[in-house]
Design a protein around this ligand. Sequence first.
Ligand code: UGA
Length: 442
Amino acid sequence: MKLSVIGLGHVGLVTAAAFARWGHEVVGYDIDPSRLEHLRKGELPYYEPGLQGLFDEVVEAGRFSVVDELWETLVGTEVAFVCVGTPPLPGGGPDLSYVEQVGSAVAEHATGDVVLVEKSTVPANTGRRLEHVIAREQQRYGSTRRIDVASNPEFLREGNAVEDTLHPDRIVYGTSSDRARDALREVYRVVVEEDGCPVVETEVATAELIKHASNAFLATRISFMNAVARICDRVGADVDVIAYGMGLDNRIGPAFLRAGIGYGGSCFPKDVDAFAHLAREVGYEFDLLESVRAINTGQRDLVLRKLESELWHLSGKSIAILGAAFKPGTDDLRESPAIALAEQLLERGAAVRIYDPVALNEVAKILPGAARFDDPLEACSGAHAAVVATEWSEVRELRLEDLREHLAHPVLIDGRNVFDPDAFIEAGFRYHSIGRRSVPAI
Ligand code: UGA
């Protein structure tokens, strides 16, 4: 099939490459001309394990190309996927103006009948709004093309995006016509046949809500465990063992129960807010989600308080932050707890020494005041304390003796619970973790 992918960010690029791998002919477009230029040279705009190989393969096979104008992607296309950004607005809802612009452009430029598929995470009812925009614009341009709107949320995780897309847990699409449903069946036919993954066929608003509810639920699990960790700190219990014990219950399962410095990224924080905002708009106060958010930001403050408890005044102190990305496997710093912590430390007059194996270029752009290191021990060198903010394997594998040798003081706040508390405490470290054994606060 001839497919268009509009927006070549974390979702669009991987999706486009996967479609091409499944044999479709894919044409991509992005509003950022420099991104297109880099892609033409074979350079990816961000770090994502396995994507370069897949990208090179599909470009070489002639099944993926990019164009400079949105209308060019629409020439002869059967299905157009909207993968543009939906950044948060100050009130908590997402900015859907890019989605609207794509709807207008499709109404104006489609050269045949098209199924227009939302893949960006959007609130329920966006499908209906898009239909309205398209009808309005078609009237303006006198277009009689048939444009069906569908929703096909993605569930890929950054850092695992290629694997998640090529071998999905499930495929969900919501359509309001047989034609759109059949087109999406054909888009995914290869992966469904090869992988046998379940498919949820439903209507548009339900598909949109499956995505919102899934992300909000995963964020809720994390915040729940972070709240449990607070109790553990007070009663001397171990949150990791509790998560293990809970996860053995088939009804609960082990995933997304890791307590720590909190969730970040471009999805959970934004989606929790957007879902609460949507609920409010339709007359329901989803208080649970407000708590999920408050618990999450509280985790960063907790780490800061632990540092203050150890070092007293932070002004003039030097703190190593081990990991900048919001999680391992990505250079994405959006809503990263590490960055939020670094900003608070800088505000308090501390010197920040930040380590990350892949995200330092991004760190330079948003935190020019922080010293950057591509070696975790160098970041620790002479520091008053270190904080584990991202559980990169390079951080997990650090040896206690080396940390001891490099840090000016053996103070370690393990914000991701990666080290063995007993070993560190017995070795004389002022070791704190989240909801596990820690030294008593001063
Ligand atoms: C998330 C969802 O997992 C994807 O299914 C979804 O498609 C995506 O959002 C999206 O909406 O586009 P992602 O943000 O890439 O994916 O990252 P996750 O692996 O879900 O991690 C999110 C955050 O939660 C990270 O900061 C991670 O460190 C944190 N986390 C995760 C925990 O603190 N504890 C856990 O047990 C698991």
